[in-house]
Ligand binder design. Structure first.
Ligand code: B16
Ligand code: MG
Length: 220
């Protein structure tokens, strides 16, 4: 029996990836002399800020070119740029079908929490006008490991007091699906079968998310 839901943010509730990409692209070009492309960007999804910088440096063959202090400066510069971009976000940036899906879950009485690697998640949820739906948001600063480790999903379930075996997790990234399953939860994927084939239940996009289908698949 389902007792609660834990949600990823980027790619499930809204598309922040385009803003992360724009900010990283500029900092990588201007400060590091590295030109990133959409393939590199795929590898940044769900990855923490500092790990994202390390992925970019590795791509550019500059893994050991900077001190930790310099790296922190570049990550801060990226975040300042990113924050200036997400200031424009409004409820119009909620992905299709998500508002109705959150309403249906609330009506059914299930609590929800957010399992996002982003330190900007509370601000984004606020900009989207969705704060009322989430009883809790995991603080990524408290995490020791990133996805695919189950830690973030376990913390998200702990915050709404749901046993992992009775919790549904929603994700658009392979690492996220792996983390949800490693926590012993039911993994609902949003995306393509060739990418998210491991999910316990898969929807092609957010517009197709259907609570009744999740409940039926969970019990069967
Ligand atoms: P911040 P998610 C992740 O969000 C993004 O997908 C990833 O690209 C980003 O680096 C990470 O948050 C950290 O974000 O710099 O705002 O703390 O997919 O876990 O919701
Ligand atoms: Mg995501």
């Amino acid at each position: 029996m389902i007792k609660g839901f834990v949600f990823d943010l980027d790619g499930v509730i809204t598309d922040t990836a385009k803003y992360h990409y724009a900010a990283w692209k500029q900092v990588a070009h201007d400060e590091l002399g590295i030109d990133i492309n959409p393939t590199v960007n795929e590898g940044l999804k769900g990855v923490s800020r500092m790990d994202s910088l390390n992925v970019i440096l590795k791509f550019g063959g500059k893994e050991n070119a900077y001190t930790d202090t310099e790296k922190l400066e570049y990550a801060t510069e990226k975040n300042d740029l990113y924050k200036s971009l997400i200031k424009q976000m409004t409820p119009a940036d909620i992905l299709p079908g998500i508002s109705n899906f959150l309403k249906a879950i609330t009506k059914a009485g299930y609590p929800m929490s957010l399992a996002s690697a982003s330190r900007n998640a509370p601000y984004i949820i606020d900009r989207l006008g969705l704060a009322e739906y989430f009883s809790a948001i995991v603080d990524p600063a408290t995490l020791t490991k990133g996805k695919p480790d189950p830690e973030i999903f376990e913390k998200a379930a702990d915050l709404i007091h749901t046993p992992y075996a009775n919790t549904v997790g929603l994700e658009d990234a392979v690492a996220g699906i792996e983390g949800i399953q490693a926590a012993g939860m039911f993994a609902v994927g949003v995306g393509k079968p060739e990418v998210l084939g491991k999910a316990d239940l898969l929807f092609p996009d957010t517009a197709h998310l259907d609570l009744a289908k999740i409940e039926a698949a969970f019990t069967s």
